[in-house]
Each structure stands twice: as structure tokens, then as C-alpha cells.
Design a protein around this ligand. Structure first.
Ligand SMILES: *Cc1c(COP(=O)(O)O)cnc(C)c1O
Length: 393
């Protein structure tokens, strides 16, 4: 009989294995830094990671591979890499493809953190940039030069929600052999299929719709092309980007209800946006599905199916930041905070004149960006209505 081992040793090396055949709806949560090898030969044997094998927890677990596979189906992609945030997905793309001497083109209405990365970080790596008007595919052509390596696209753009001329922009890039990367957080794989439009790389903040819970930060980068994926994957490994399985579990839990939430929030948002447009305090509402909103005709061309949960109201010029702040503070059901596509509706006031390089495609005015959650439309409308009184005080 073997000598009894210490409690710690026994617990760490316990021989019990649960019976085979566990089968349930949720995906099991596999967590590890160390992945155990059968023997030394197994360790020496190079194992493909990237969805095909296991070597170290950072490079993938059964849980993360399952999420990546499900997301590929959603996005119409062949490959998916998970990152610790949506912003990390953006930096992964830029760091994988940009080298000293290259230029990157970014839409003027890009997600703010992508702007800051491009303006303040990439210059340290010898990468130059220009901001372009996403509504003007003709003018855009003249910006594509010898040094242009990568073009970012975003549909609809952040805060002002202009829907770009995707077909025109992508055609110009393809003609010149320039890589295109789309921030598809807004479309979420529901509104349109980016790879069908000829886009090379797509990314999403899983923080938004795929999670849906306002409780997790994660991102994903998608490709169809193997060589592009290999380059991204190599960069992903070297940067040490990993995701925790508890967070992966939260996103897996969100996916079955993603389309239902998208459609429900979309419907509430369209109702509120149209009503807000009729309000005397507002000079216009920015929402791609509203006729007259910048890029509405491009949205119609590429995505009649979805319009997400965001709209922005441009307040008439007599209402300055102080009045609009008072309106936002008077809202009861809307939280004041960033992010969107969670259960709670949110409102954020913006002075856009400070964060753009090109002229804005609408008359000046303070903006409130509304992110509509899962509350009932009538309750949200009544809340906005009562808060508008604060504008006049
Ligand atoms: C939120 C957001 C991101 C960044 O996602 P995080 O997970 O918050 O880093 C990127 N792009 C768009 C369009 C977003 O709305």
C-alpha cells in the first residue's frame, strides 16, 4: 500500500474523473494557464494552436475556440481572433499591418479611441495618417497614395452615425490593392455581411451586442483570407492578447439572444428617433434609417435589415452645453455613461466641433447620443419628454 500523501498533494493530484458523456446546453467553461502534456515527447512535438490544438491557456481553450467558431458563423468569416476589448481588436489590426513609412486612412467619424490611437500613438511608430469624409467616395480616391497601406471603415460612424458609401470606398481600395478593415460593432453581423461587400478584415467590440449584458469587455477580429489571418494571428500571439474563460462564457450566453435583442432595440430606437425628429427643441436627428440623415441612401443600399440602437439628436443652436447637460441630468431612465447595446438606455452629450478634422455634415449644435436599451419605448419617450422641460429653465 502506498503511503498516505499530504492533504495538499492529494487534492492537487486527485485521481477522480467524472463520468464521460456530460451534455448540456451551455458550453463548459475551461480555464487554464498550464495545459498538461502527456509526456516530454508530447511537449517537444510542435502543436498547432489557433483552433487546432492546445499548448498554453493564453492561446486558446475549448471555450474560447467555441466562441470564435460561433462568431465566424455570425460574421461570415473563416477565422476569428479574440481580444481583451474592442479597442484591443483595433490595435491588433493596426499593429499587424502598419509599418514605418506606411499611411493609414481613417474616417473622420471613427470610434474616438481609434482616432486617438492613430493621432497620438501610431506616429511614434513612423506611421502617418489622414482622416477622410466617409460620405465622399470620389474625393477619397485622391487620398489613396503610394504609402497608403490600410483603410479603416466604420458603418455607421460613431456619434454622428453617417453611413459611409461602403461600396464606393471598398471599390476604390480594391482597385489600388489597399487593405480594408471595418469596425463592424454597429452592424454586429446582423445588419449586413461585411465579407460579402469585399471587405478584407472586420472587427467587433463584443462588449456591445454579442455580450448584451454591459458586464464584459471583449473584441474580435475576423478574416476570410488565410494569409491575412496568419499575420494577425502571429501579432496576436506576440502581443500576448488573451481572454478569460468566464468572460468568454458571458459572451457565449449572449449569442442566442443577439438577433432578438438587436431587432427589439432597433425597433424601439427607430420609433424614438422619428418622434425626436418632430420635437421643436431639436434641429435634426442623426440615424441611418431616417430619410435625410447623412448617408441614409448608402444605408438603404447595403443594409435594409438593421439599424442598431443608436441615434443622436442635434439641439437647436440656442441650447448650449449647459442647457443640454441639464436635460441629460433630468433624464430618469437613461444612465449617463459610455458603451451601448446593454439592457439600460444611456445618454451622452457631445460637442462635436472639438473632435473632428473635417466639417460636420449638419448644422452646428450640441449633440446627445442616445443608446437605447431594452426598456419599453413609451417609458423612454415619456422620460425624454419630461426632461426636455429642463432645457428651458
Ligand atoms: C465600444 C466600441 C469599440 C471599443 O470597444 P471596447 O470593448 O469598449 O474597447 C470599438 N468600436 C466601436 C464602434 C465601439 O462602439
Amino acid at each position: 500500500m502506498t503511503k498516505k500523501k499530504a492533504i495538499s498533494t492529494e487534492q492537487i493530484h486527485h485521481p477522480y474523473k467524472p463520468p464521460e458523456g456530460w451534455n448540456a446546453v451551455p458550453v463548459p467553461v475551461a480555464k487554464a494557464s498550464t495545459v498538461l502534456f502527456k509526456d516530454a515527447a508530447d511537449l517537444h512535438d510542435y502543436k498547432p494552436r489557433d483552433g487546432k490544438g492546445y499548448r498554453y491557456g493564453l492561446h486558446g481553450t475549448p471555450t474560447s475556440y467555441t466562441l470564435a467558431a460561433r462568431l465566424c458563423t455570425l460574421e461570415g468569416a473563416a477565422h476569428c481572433l479574440l481580444t481583451p476589448s474592442g479597442l484591443a481588436a483595433i490595435t491588433l489590426v493596426s499593429m499587424a499591418f502598419l509599418r514605418p513609412g506606411d499611411e493609414v486612412l481613417v474616417p473622420d467619424n471613427a470610434y474616438g479611441q481609434n482616432r486617438y490611437l492613430t493621432e497620438s500613438f501610431l506616429p511614434h511608430w513612423g506611421v502617418t495618417h489622414r482622416f477622410y469624409d466617409p460620405l465622399d467616395a470620389e474625393g477619397f480616391k485622391s487620398l489613396l497614395g503610394e504609402k497608403t497601406k490600410l483603410v479603416w471603415l466604420e458603418a455607421a460612424g460613431s456619434i454622428t452615425l453617417e453611413f459611409p458609401d461602403l461600396a464606393g470606398l471598398v471599390a476604390a481600395c480594391r482597385e489600388r490593392g489597399v487593405l480594408t478593415a471595418l469596425d463592424n460593432t454597429w452592424g454586429a453581423g446582423v445588419a449586413f455581411q461585411p465579407f460579402e461587400l469585399g471587405i478584407d478584415i472586420s472587427m467587433q467590440a463584443l462588449t456591445k451586442y454579442p455580450s448584451g449584458g454591459a458586464d464584459v469587455l471583449m473584441g474580435a477580429v475576423y478574416t476570410r483570407d488565410q494569409a491575412l489571418h496568419d499575420k494577425l494571428n502571429w501579432t496576436h500571439e506576440h502581443l500576448g492578447y488573451g481572454v478569460g474563460s468566464n468572460d468568454v462564457e458571458l459572451v457565449l450566453r449572449g449569442l442566442p439572444t443577439l438577433e432578438l435583442r438587436y431587432r427589439a432595440q432597433d425597433a424601439t430606437t427607430r420609433g424614438l428617433a422619428a418622434w425626436m425628429q418632430s420635437r421643436p427643441e431639436v434641429s435634426r436627428v442623426l440615424h441611418p434609417a431616417l430619410p435625410g440623415s447623412p448617408g441614409h441612401e448608402h444605408w438603404l443600399q447595403c443594409s435594409s435589415a438593421g439599424a442598431a440602437c443608436l441615434f443622436s439628436a442635434v439641439f437647436k443652436p440656442q441650447y448650449g452645453m449647459a442647457e443640454v447637460d441639464a436635460f441629460v441630468d433630468a433624464l430618469q431612465l437613461f444612465g449617463i455613461g459610455y458603451s451601448w447595446a446593454g439592457p439600460m438606455s444611456l445618454a451622452v452629450p457631445y460637442d462635436m466641433s472639438r473632435s473632428r478634422s473635417l466639417p460636420l455634415p449638419y448644422e452646428e449644435g450640441v449633440i446627445v447620443r442616445f443608446a437605447i436599451g431594452l426598456e419599453a419605448e413609451a417609458d423612454l419617450r415619456a422620460d425624454i419628454e419630461q426632461a426636455l422641460v429642463a432645457l428651458l429653465k
